[in-house]
Design a protein around this ligand. Structure first.
Ligand SMILES: [Mg+2]
Length: 358
């Protein structure tokens, strides 16, 4: 039963709270939702988030890739030939990983639907629930501490703290957040490339000396500075996680070769979908590099695919799946929901998405 049509829906979904990092402020998620329709009229869903400042992928660019060469690569093919069709996506254009991920995930959704099983079951999981952290947007210390109090009261045990914006004393911010969240909360920091290597070592050592008990620090230095990343990893005790520095399995091998990071944040929009992400997971597990699964700022469609993979990923800690939590409303009917600090995937075929929200 072959693929008959590929539709690209542009969506702009407002957040309930602004999402602030060292390099950008987000007020709405701008994405392309891919709807892949088979000859039986079933629709498989995937998402390509436009993140100009992170991946370089724009919404018009994603739409052009999806409705051009990627569509040509899948029309008339069968979702049962999942691995082969996904390999074709990888070959047909260079880059454009967000668009490739949207098409790859919609194929996986369709393949699971045709078997009548939830996507996590297609991937080998018996679970439909996965824990997530929640992000504290960068801002004034008092605002971040208040957010820490609120999120902890809501049941989140792992807080991901955006720093590196240079607007306030990071140790002071973390002290207030630790006091607000309590001693048992797991605190992780994401600097989003905001420091030089020396600044990073100084900042992280100060956090260690202050007894802030951080689980890890993510992407302290610019993405391309692997020597700098390795310098930081060698000079602090806190585990360092690479995010923007790692897109492909090749990037990960380079990180391993240089011992440049202890962990890696795997995101579908960087690597090109569930198929490439599984390759990254295999390399990371073989090399002894820790893995967390994360996402861009994206909706219930993209996070649903990542959460499905998270059920089988053997992550080194709680995954980073809160992006859709920030949305004022879902752009689709059905799909995942949040139950306190857990993502709950529907007990329905595929991603359980019934269509665009009316
Ligand atoms: Mg990050």
């Amino acid at each position: 039963m072959s693929i008959r049509e590929v539709r690209a829906h542009r969506v702009s979904v407002p957040l309930h709270t602004a999402f602030v990092t060292a390099i950008r402020t987000v007020h709405a998620v701008e994405s392309v939702l891919v709807e892949m329709v088979d000859a039986d009229g079933r629709s498989g869903w995937g998402e390509g988030p436009g993140t100009w400042k992170v991946t370089g992928d724009s919404v018009p660019g994603i739409e052009a890739a999806v409705t051009g060469p990627l569509q040509d690569a899948v029309l008339g093919r069968s979702p049962e030939d999942l691995a082969d069709v996904c390999a074709g996506i990888e070959r047909v254009i260079v880059g454009n990983t967000a668009a490739k991920s949207a098409v790859d995930c919609s194929l996986h959704d369709l393949a699971a639907q045709r078997l009548g099983v939830p996507l996590p079951r297609l991937l080998g999981s018996s679970s439909l629930r996965v824990a997530t952290d929640v992000t504290l947007a960068a801002g004034p210390a008092q605002d971040m501490a208040l957010a820490a109090t609120e999120r902890t009261a809501e049941g989140f045990a792992v807080l991901k703290i955006k720093l590196g914006d240079g607007t306030a004393d990071d140790v002071e911010r973390l002290r207030l957040i630790r006091a607000a969240a309590g001693p048992t909360a797991v605190l992780r920091v994401d600097a989003n490339q905001g420091w030089t290597p020396r600044q990073a070592v100084r900042a992280i050592r100060a956090m260690e000396d202050a007894g802030l008990d951080l689980e890890l620090v993510e992407q302290p230095v610019p993405a391309g500075d692997l020597d700098g990343l390795a310098f930081v990893t060698a000079h602090v005790s806190t585990p360092v996680m690479a995010d923007e520095s790692v897109w492909s399995a090749r990037d990960l091998l380079e990180i391993v070769r240089r011992r440049a990071a202890d962990l890696v944040n795997v995101k579908l929009a960087k690597c090109g979908g569930i198929g490439p992400a599984r390759q990254l997971l295999a390399v990371a597990h073989a090399a002894g590099t820790g893995v967390l699964l994360g996402s861009m700022m994206e909706t219930h469609v993209g996070v649903g695919a990542t959460a499905s993979l998270a059920t089988v990923a053997r992550s080194a800690g709680v995954d980073d799946l809160d992006a859709a939590w920030w949305l004022a409303a879902s752009p689709v009917e059905g799909g995942l929901r949040y139950d306190s600090a857990r993502v709950v995937l529907p007990d329905a075929p595929g991603l359980g998405i019934a269509g665009l929200a009316s």
